[in-house]
Design a protein around this ligand. Structure first.
Ligand code: ADP
Ligand code: ZN
Length: 433
């Protein structure tokens, strides 16, 4: 069996569009009748659920934005009475006040199926032992992976994040074959194992299912080289139930999107105009099968590109590029837009430094400046100040050459940057203090 859900994973584009149109119509009626917020928004725009005749009609409907969720915190966008809600999660609040995610029993079931699809595509099978090192609790990562792996029939170790030394011991003693974690936590674990003298390459560990934060291809390679595993990827957000919205396949070249559950659009974040497939912009998602909180045209603030192409895995599901970053994290320096991921890509190609860095934005006079502190490798650090300053200059030159802006580099001592156990906080904007 190649797919978890062959029917939907390999559905023809035409059949999928028909499926989406039908479920979009139902969802539009559902939210119009049940959520005063949507009724008001539709009325203001002069649109009615029955206006949806084709998928293109979606573009006439209003967007939903993060502040709408915050303004209606905690349950103002819930379409069902709380007696029908069986679970409530909340976002980790990376960029402000957390938002809530209520689920009906059907929502939980669908989420579980989306996650099972993702993990199956990653190669997880019933004989696997999955160490779940995502934070267990309000954050959707922990329970989402737990449910999906349980559905596939694998054994799950719900260890949660933290206590990294203990994680490595469990990994070794229990014979973990699959690791669920954020990419930065996976890196922290790899480093801890090295310190403990345990070679992850000698353990049965073979797959990592990573996500919940932006990470570059260079970071994926770094993790794969250090651990000897295949680092797969999962994408999702609390607003749509959590992880399981998209996942990569053996190709590791873009993430397939669960189009039978969601409709994906890319817009220009400034003009809000819908952009054609293949253009980079902000990802907008519409839920078409959810009950408790089906969001319409939700602006994720995640920047990516959609691709409609044949994939060697046989899935016909739309693909999206790795997320470049969140529009909130985009830095505008002297008119040039820079994502932290561009800085990460460069730093990780430099052999004199560790893949541990922080980016600090400061104001100097009227000008904004980007600083990056990056850890020197021990052997480089030991060579003293002259070597350090040479490496700093070399990296600054690369930054200027590749992204076209000056990034002030400072090599800091090995192990001096706080290690991540979940979503890493990498950008510190001192202008906002
Ligand atoms: P928070 O917004 O508080 O971090 P969530 O836990 O719901 O709340 O996180 C969802 C966000 O995490 C996404 O909108 C996206 O920015 C990021 N994210 C999740 N998975 C990935 C991934 N595979 N690659 C890049 N970013 C991701
Ligand atoms: Zn594929």
């Amino acid at each position: 069996m190649n797919y978890w859900d062959e029917r939907f994973e390999t559905m023809s584009e035409e059949e999928m569009r028909n499926f989406q149109r039908e479920h979009l119509g139902k969802t539009a009626r559902w939210v119009y009748e049940r959520i005063p917020f949507y009724r008001r928004k539709f009325d203001e725009r002069g649109v009615k659920p029955d206006d949806i005749k084709t998928l293109e009609d979606l573009s006439r409907f209003p967007f939903t934005v993060k502040t709408d969720l915050r303004d209606n915190y905690p349950f103002g966008l819930c379409a069902v009475p709380l007696s029908e809600v069986v679970r409530i999660h909340a976002s980790s609040g990376t960029t402000g006040k957390p938002i809530t995610g209520p689920y009906t029993a059907n929502d939980l079931e669908q989420w579980t199926e989306c996650m099972a699809r993702c993990l199956y595509a990653h190669g997880v099978r019933s004989n696997d032992i999955c160490q779940n090192s995502y934070g267990m609790g309000l954050f959707t990562g922990g329970l989402g992976f737990h449910q999906g792996a349980t559905r596939v029939g694998a054994a799950v170790i719900p260890v949660s994040s933290g206590q990294t030394e203990r994680q490595i011991i469990i990994m070794k003693d229990f014979g973990t074959t699959v690791l669920f974690a954020t990419p930065t936590y996976a890196l922290t674990m790899a480093e801890k194992a090295e310190e403990m003298g345990i070679k992850l390459k000698d353990l049965p560990l073979r797959i990592g299912s990573f996500g919940a934060e932006p990470w570059t291809i260079e970071m994926r390679k770094e993790i794969e080289n250090r651990t000897g595993i295949k680092a797969m990827e999962c994408y999702g957000l609390t607003e749509f139930g959590g992880p399981g919205t998209g996942f990569d396949c053996v190709e590791q070249n873009g993430l397939h999107l669960n189009e039978d559950h969601f409709i994906f659009e890319i817009i220009d974040p400034v003009t809000e105009e819908v952009l054609p497939v293949g253009t980079k912009g902000e990802l907008v998602i519409t839920a078409i099968q959810r009950e408790a909180m089906p969001l319409l045209r939700y602006r994720t603030r995640d920047i990516t590109t959609l691709r409609r192409e044949k994939c060697s895995c046989g899935r016909t599901l739309l693909k999206m590029d790795k997320i470049y970053g969140r529009s909130d994290d985009m830095l505008i320096i002297g008119g040039v837009n820079v994502f932290p991921s561009q800085i990460e890509s460069i730093l990780l190609e430099i052999s004199e430094v560790e893949p541990q860095y922080v980016i600090i934005v400061r104001k100097k006079g009227y000008l904004d400046q980007i600083h990056a502190d990056v850890e020197a490798k021990q052997e480089v650090y030991d060579l003293g100040p002259q070597k350090i300053s040479e490496v700093e200059k070399m990296i600054e030159g690369k930054m200027r050459g590749i992204i076209g802006i000056g990034v002030k580099i400072r090599l800091v001592p090995p192990k001096s940057i706080t290690r991540s156990e979940g979503k890493a906080k990498r950008v510190f904007d001192e202008r906002k203090l």
